[in-house]
Write a protein that binds this ligand. Sequence first.
Ligand code: AGP
Length: 608
Amino acid sequence: MCGIFGTIGDDAAMRTLEGLRRLEYRGYDSAGLAALFDAYDRNARVETERAVGYVADLANKVNGRFKHSVIAIGHTRWATHGGVTEVNAHPHSSTDGLMSVVHNGIIENTSELLSEIKESGYNMSSETDTELIVHLLHQALGNQRTPEAALDAFSSVIERLHGAWAIAVIVSGMNGILVAKNGAPLVIGRCENCVSISSDPMTLYGSCSEVAYLDDGDVAYVSKEKIDVISDSADISFAPHSGDYSPEDPGVFDHMMLKEIHDQPTAFQNAIAGRVSADGKNAMLSGFQLNPNELRNLEKINIVACGTAFFAAKLGVRYIRRLSNVPVEAYLSSEFPADSVCGKNTLTIAVTQSGETKDTLDAITRAKVAGGHISSICNVINSTIARFTGNGAYLYAGPEYSVASTKAFTNMSAVLMLLALTISEPDNAERTRVIRGLRQMPQRMSNYLHSDIDFDPIVNQIADSNTVLFIGRGPNSHIASEAALKMMEITYLPCIAYPAGELKHGPIALIEDGTPVIAIAPDDSHYPKMEANIRECAARGANVILVTNKEQSAEDFCSNVIRVPHTDPFLSPFMSIMPLHLLAYRLAVRLGNNVDRPRNLAKSVTVV
Ligand code: AGP
């Protein structure tokens, strides 16, 4: 969702535009830039430009005009208050043009503050909640231009806001940027001759040698010389920031989603590296504050997650129940009943690719308040949730740019499997078999991805459908849910997933001649019942597309069969999901959709 980038230093606006390009993957619908060319001229108006569409559209409009600026802030906007228009795009400036603001998040007491601002004679030119911040600051700061006065005025404005935000403001005559953070990410990066601020530390790789993370509640004045901060926590401290920025580059693939599907064997290898022993006897997921024995003795483990991460969590619950005796449940973050399920001897684990999902951050915060232990399983290192929980495990899937999550789903499932193995009883009979299966998985995935799979006949069948129904049983019921979500988000077709046992309790009513039903039925104990469900669908005219690893399967009742490699039944979800992610991708390409940036969706969902 929205992203903020800002720079103090030579060619500040051009650096900021590059920062905005690096934030594009988060998802946005418009972009904007504000800059000052002389930091000491208190009468100079802040120069701004905004564009609906991509950062490239903004760069075209800017057309070199911002060269030689000394301070700049920029923004990628994902609309919340007000439509996708240039007028609503950030930055928003004061009426006299002497200050400009960019903002991520939502101000909840907008109506109350708006009437106050209007009574004071300020007119709003946009429909956003953001614009009121600049008018409030204009009112509070007046003509003062010292860092102390600016910080005081800004902090008095911030105190009046309710909700969540990351905010950056530039003011003519001031050689710095005012920033505030509460519930949305913001980091400060430093190098020899410039200072930057960004919503994502990854964007600072290569340009800043050290970074400092702001805490919720922090308000600061950031300049090249120093950082003045008003904070409830410890003073801001910088730490070395080294790493390679991996650009959003699909390389030989047509889209990032396809590249990320093909990244899976390597990503999976990285997830298990150093966590399973070569002899297949041991698995250990370290990084948790509680040791394996303490984990085994928990009263309950709660897992909180959204979207794809939630389906990985549901799989994880099955693994933990199967391998250990610890009671466990997965909850949608936005529905997490912390007060009823958290207590002294419970652990709540946030599972999240981005580590920035606001619903999940709120859920884990509620778990902490309720008094239980908290941990996280995240992909993005040092993300807000990883830092908030302070312990847990990383996915090591590498950056995931496509909005449709693929390799992160696989790695979440693998890491939860490792957690299950870590807390399983050492004499559990299934351990060795499962660990061996995990070690073989990268090679199996790679073989499958390199095989020739012809999706065209299936794509032809589904492309004109009104609905696609996904069914599975046991662990593969969660694969049905994940596959349906993936197909829906990039093809915009209504995709519905049900545990196959529920078919006759409602969803079978959808089936008419030609309705595509995707049935996930590997060779396991659920197979006979799945075959019965497949026959029931076929008898009503459905085109059943079967995903299976069984040789003699119900193919006579199916219009297509997608064969996946044989694995231990416990691990079959890792195989079943691959062709279904690929099928969703192929279908979206056929429909001419923007696969990596599907409409209305964002990679980082930082508002509730
Ligand atoms: C996945 O394809 C989706 N884009 C979405 O459901 C995503 O998984 C969800 O928003 C959670 O994101 P997170 O893993 O970054 O917390």
